[in-house]
Design a binder for this molecule. Structure first.
Ligand SMILES: Cc1cc2nc3c(=O)[nH]c(=O)nc-3n(C[C@H](O)[C@H](O)[C@H](O)COP(=O)(O)O)c2cc1C
Length: 394
């Protein structure tokens, strides 16, 4: 579903609150969003973000129900079977889940600012925390193409806006985008990049999924939404961009060019220190006529990002179970910061084998702590979990 159709559907359901008052993107939007997201409240549409003309939408995916609706399922538990069916598709069927359209059929080109006219300063990019290094695009779908294989990666990585035409790409060294940057640099070439803001909701989610090699996020999004993702060739870059996106920033990363990105307040409750990151030199900003900028507030749990991880936990569960016999359930508690603590339920007698395999499993392999429990333990009951940990930790 395109973002604006999702916004309309949420409004009909009473799940969207419009805020007509002037609210500054400098700290205010973030703090209002933080409180509403922590309370499991509605999606928010800030219609007057300071002096900007472009509204900001936050907390779009802030409940299990909204995340399920964004992905076209009635319950997040339904995602797992879908993913197994996606894995079973042959490569041609997967490719057919992405389709190229003409510029005339691409709403993301209704307003075009090329070259020196491109100006990130027109976007109401929120400054989330007082100690942040600057304003960050927090729900971006960053698209790159591997310079040799042509493989397309779509990943969600914070983008720090430095000025009108420069930004920093805060991607983890293990990410798909970082691998593309390294491959381009190894050949001494620049890397084209497109940052899609507010593409179809399934694509915004798919960009956060740590897919195994050989699978691409655009196809996954097409499969989840039951219709191909429409893309249009980049205007100034050699990367196809989602035709229905609200806003697209195109640019180029020059080999070896780095600038500090951060600090950035994050879900640990602390600031992640600044890191040296690739610099995007912006070549175009295109957008819909009445574009909306989506954003999220990253901070101590519970926040909106918990539903991204919950969705992926449900998406991957049947696949993990198929790979690791004896594994019954997985719970990634939000206090475990999605990448740090995993609780798993295992059939009696399989604990050690399953645990050993999980430390090299897709996604879970990177976790700091994986704890396995017997069948009768309720992984979602902290009291039971801590009691069994205390009794059985050896
Ligand atoms: C709201 C949100 C923000 C994220 N921000 C970042 C980020 O700034 N940097 C990063 O490397 N990963 C970030 N991630 C995690 C990546 O999106 C995730 O690891 C994804 O699998 C990356 O795609 P890749 O495997 O193709 O690199 C974020 C995830 C979410 C849900």
């Amino acid at each position: 579903m395109e973002l604006r159709d999702f916004l309309s559907a949420l409004e009909v359901e009473g799940e969207l609150v419009r805020i007509p008052d002037r609210v500054s993107p400098r700290l205010e939007i973030g703090e209002v969003t933080r409180r509403v997201a922590a309370a499991g409240g509605p999606a928010l549409l800030f219609e007057r973000p300071g002096d900007f003309d472009i509204p900001v939408a936050t907390n779009l995916f802030g409940t299990a129900r909204r995340m399920a609706a964004a992905l076209g399922v009635s319950d997040l538990g339904d995602l797992g079977d879908r993913f197994l069916r996606f894995l079973d598709l042959d490569p041609a069927a997967r490719r057919s889940l992405v389709t190229e359209v003409d510029e005339a059929a691409a709403p993301c080109r209704e307003v075009v600012r090329d070259g020196r006219a491109a100006d990130l300063g027109e976007l109401p990019v929120p400054l989330a925390w007082p100690g942040d290094g600057g304003p960050f695009l927090t729900l971006p779908v960053v698209l790159t193409r591997h310079p040799e294989t042509g493989e397309v990666n779509a990943g969600m990585y914070r983008v720090q806006v430095f000025d009108a035409r420069t930004a920093g790409l805060g991607c983890h060294p293990a990410s798909g985008a970082a691998a593309h940057v390294r491959a381009a640099e190894a050949g001494g070439r620049p890397l084209d990049v497109a940052v899609a803001l507010g593409p179809a909701t399934a694509l915004t989610y798919a960009a956060t999924v740590p897919l195994p090699p050989g699978l691409d996020e655009l196809s996954l999004a097409g499969f989840l939404q039951g219709a191909p993702v429409a893309v249009v060739p980049g205007r100034t870059v050699d990367v196809a961009v989602p035709a229905g996106a609200e806003i697209v920033v195109e640019g180029r990363i020059q080999p070896g060019e780095r600038r500090p990105v951060g600090p950035a307040g994050n879900h640990t409750g602390r600031y992640a220190p600044a890191v040296s990151a690739p610099v995007i030199r912006v070549t175009a900003v295109t957008r819909r006529d009445r574009a909306v900028l989506p954003a999220t507030q990253v901070g101590p749990p519970p926040q909106e990002d918990r539903w991204f991880v919950r969705a992926t936990e449900r998406l991957f569960l049947p696949w993990w179970r198929r790979r690791y016999p004896g594994l019954l359930d997985v719970h990634l508690p939000e206090e475990g910061l999605f990448g740090h603590i995993a609780l798993v339920r295992v059939a009696r007698g399989h604990g050690r084998d399953v645990l050993r395999s999980l430390f090299s499993a897709p996604f879970l392999g990177g976790f700091k702590l994986i704890a396995a429990f017997d069948e009768e333990v309720d992984l979602r009951d902290p009291s039971q979990v801590l009691w069994r940990l205390g009794a059985d930790l050896d």
